[in-house]
Design a protein around this ligand. Structure first.
Ligand SMILES: [Zn+2]
Ligand SMILES: [Zn+2]
Length: 173
């Protein structure tokens, strides 16, 4: 088998051209990829330019260095993380405080385990937990002991108390 030297040199030329074009495409795509990636991770234009330059000048080794040095989280991930942290903090703040010792207590606790302050009372009819200030059970509608049904508003409750006092006085007389 003999090769025509002209054909061989032409083949080499075509192969070199293809190889060169492929390398150039790879080079450009690496720069583009780096630029896109850094834009998702930082808003600092200087860092964006430096990262693109690193990929443009050093190419593959540059991208390797970039992968090591780039910010670990994208802006989107960072945003999600702050959201989660805020939600956690909010959940912590939403826990009620004991009026006696200011420690965090749970909604279903009747008494503060630390200072023994009464936190909730139970309905004498259905035994569900009620806030101390409630004078009617929201679950079964039974008025709390010593409260009248009409005493739902503060004014009504006060009027009810006054009426009770008057009645008491009448009884004493
Ligand atoms: Zn307490
Ligand atoms: Zn009840």
């Amino acid at each position: 088998m003999t090769f025509d030297p002209a054909f061989l040199s032409n083949l080499l030329l075509v192969l070199t051209a293809f190889g060169g074009a492929f390398l150039a495409a790879l080079w450009i795509s690496l720069v583009v990829w780096t630029y896109r990636d850094i834009r998702a991770r930082t808003r600092d234009p200087l860092v964006q330019t430096l990262a693109a330059l690193l990929a443009a000048v050093l190419n593959l080794p540059g991208v390797l260095v970039y992968l090591i040095l780039r910010p670990p989280r994208t802006l989107e991930e960072e945003y999600q993380r702050t959201l989660e942290e805020e939600a956690l903090l909010q959940a912590l703040e939403d826990l009620p405080l004991c009026p006696g010792c200011e420690r965090r207590v749970k909604d279903e606790w009747q008494v503060c385990p630390n200072c023994h302050t009464k936190l909730k009372k139970t309905c004498h009819n259905c035994s569900k937990l009620m806030e101390l200030a409630w004078n009617i059970c929201p679950f079964c509608g039974t008025p709390a002991p010593g409260m009248r049904l009409e005493g739902t508003g503060v004014d009504e409750a006060l009027r009810g108390l006054k009426r009770d006092d008057e009645l008491g006085e009448v009884k004493i007389e």
